[in-house]
Design a protein around this ligand. Sequence first.
Ligand SMILES: Nc1ncnc2c1ncn2[C@@H]1O[C@H](COP(=O)(O)OP(=O)(O)OP(=O)(O)O)[C@@H](O)[C@H]1O
Ligand SMILES: [Mg+2]
Length: 415
Amino acid sequence: MAQRTIVGIDVGTTKVCTIVAQIQEHGRLNILGVGLTPSKGLDKGVIVNIDDAVNTIATSVEKAERLSGYRIGTAFVGVAGRHVSSLNSRGVVAVARSDHEITRNDIGRAVEAAQAVAIPTQREVIHVIPRAYIVDGHEGIRDPIGMSGFRLEVETHIVTGEVMAIQNLIKSIQRSGVDIDDLVLQPLASGEAVLNAEDKERGVALVDIGGGTTDIAVFVQGGIWHTSVIAVGGNQFTNDIVLVQQTPHHTAEYLKIKYGSAIAEAPTDEAEDQIEVEGFGPNEKKTISRYLLNQVIQARAEEVIELIYNEIRRSGYDGLLPAGIVITGGSAQLSRFDELMRDMLGVPVRVGIPDNLYGLSESIDSPSYATGVGLVRWGSQHGIAMLNSSSVNGERNGLGTSYDRFKNWLREFLP
Ligand SMILES: Nc1ncnc2c1ncn2[C@@H]1O[C@H](COP(=O)(O)OP(=O)(O)OP(=O)(O)O)[C@@H](O)[C@H]1O
Ligand SMILES: [Mg+2]
């Protein structure tokens, strides 16, 4: 069997990560190349300077090409940022055939009807994902094709983003010499990398805590229920340390990663509590208290966890997530953050690390790379949405017309 090669590009606030992987049997990914570059031109998950973003993306793509020996033509690309929002919408149609057997065509019309809900003109549709079907009032049907009925309803999850933010992302990727296979909401990608079918069936929230944003996806009964992006992330921890400890930014980042803990414990030994670090001036040293450092971190961690909890509660599904919360993103590595979250929310919490990886997998064996790995997995599951075909027709710049994309979503998600 010819092995497919798929590329994912995670354009994050902190880093851009390009992953080239071959899809093998049993969901194994053979990692051929990884290109990692610190980000420039992004703020809270959104591109704010196209030239800087293009340089960063192009560097990351070149690195991955050099390592893999693979010429990257197209890629799956992650989207996030506060401009993204989601809603659940229901579409209803009468079953068309005279013998009342439900066909793909009925599903297509029902999904279209669900999508006809008011999507404001300044918003671009990123995903329309069917979650469940209702046939003549019978709920919870996952595959209605071939069933008999008069009335077919579909529940869909619709994700939209601001047109300009999405166009800037598309432009930056294309100017880096790469065409887009499809855009994927980042937490949905991360979910592909670290959640299994049982988690999603039982009810689980995926929370990706990056540098600039925290992305959330709630899965219930096997389907996506709620997605959102909130504008808090690891950068805030670092900024707090800069302010309170009066250190340069790089020192604060070092302190957070090396000595940080989301649970501050009073020192038993005064001497051990003291950390000597660089100050602002040349050769300036200063001593700071580890306990104070971690009090600052804990305060922010508690706030972030509260924001996450409120967001999950807003989805209407709190208390019904038996599989708990799976955290990814670089900030999921903050020492004892999972423990604090478990204590505060009283649900199971685990750090999600992408698995079933082979080849150059050591470099991405961490929660920071869940989105990148998940983009490749998403590509292997859902296939290509042919976004580029329409730019040839001079439709929208790069993204297909709503209808083109709509047809492709159908192909992606129909049973
Ligand atoms: N060991 C660690 N302990 C605490 N924080 C960490 C650790 N390692 C990385 N981080 C933090 O993780 C953040 C970066 O995470 P990540 O790489 O997931 O971000 P990103 O994907 O670029 O950003 P975003 O998804 O927000 O756009 C930074 O704030 C960094 O300080
Ligand atoms: Mg990220």
